[in-house]
Design a protein around this ligand. Structure first.
Ligand code: HEC
Length: 133
């Protein structure tokens, strides 16, 4: 390869790289700050010890990847504000959250629900968290 061709290819490759970086920064970050805060709440309270997201986690309380498709924000507000006692022994109360934490949690769940999972994870009816109210 001639030196001139080599230099030309190098310069155009670098220009392409620089343009890609510049325009990808301008793209919208699809996760809102509130949804990120919700993920922090999820981690802080270790919800994953009892619940799964995308099928990964604990099998006590059911998968929550698409919970906002099944439950209304009002239902979730009431659940965390006035948590029910948990089956099967009714000795432990569900984790409670402040209003701010709950709103962040809902934003996180809404974000998760936008991720296409092609029906994953399958949830046998008897393993799914039933009506807690
Ligand atoms: C000690 C285990 C445990 C922990 C920790 C826990 N949960 Fe639960 N959760 C459950 C159980 C069990 C149920 C379902 C009870 C039932 O089906 O009667 C439930 C129900 C729910 C529901 C309602 C599901 C539905 O279909 O109505 C939501 C939403 C939920 N949990 C979110 C969370 C979040 C968010 C956290 C962390 C802040 C959390 N849970 C922490 C055990 C837990």
């Amino acid at each position: 390869m001639k030196l001139r061709t080599f230099i030309l290819i190098s310069i155009s490759s670098f220009a392409l790289f620089a343009l890609t970086v510049k325009f990808s920064w301008a793209l919208d970050y699809p996760m809102s700050e509130e949804a990120v805060a919700g993920k922090e709440v999820w981690q802080r309270y270790n919800c994953v010890s009892c619940h799964t997201l995308f099928g990964n986690g604990g099998y006590v309380g059911g998968d929550l990847t698409h919970i906002t498709a099944e439950r209304t924000p009002d239902y979730l507000m009431t659940l965390f504000n006035n948590p029910p006692v948990l089956p099967p022994h009714q000795k432990e109360t569900h984790t409670s959250l402040t209003e701010k934490e709950t709103l962040a949690m809902i934003a996180y769940f809404e974000y998760l629900n936008t991720i296409p999972t092609l029906g994953w994870p399958p949830q046998p009816k008897e393993l799914k968290g039933g009506d807690v109210r």
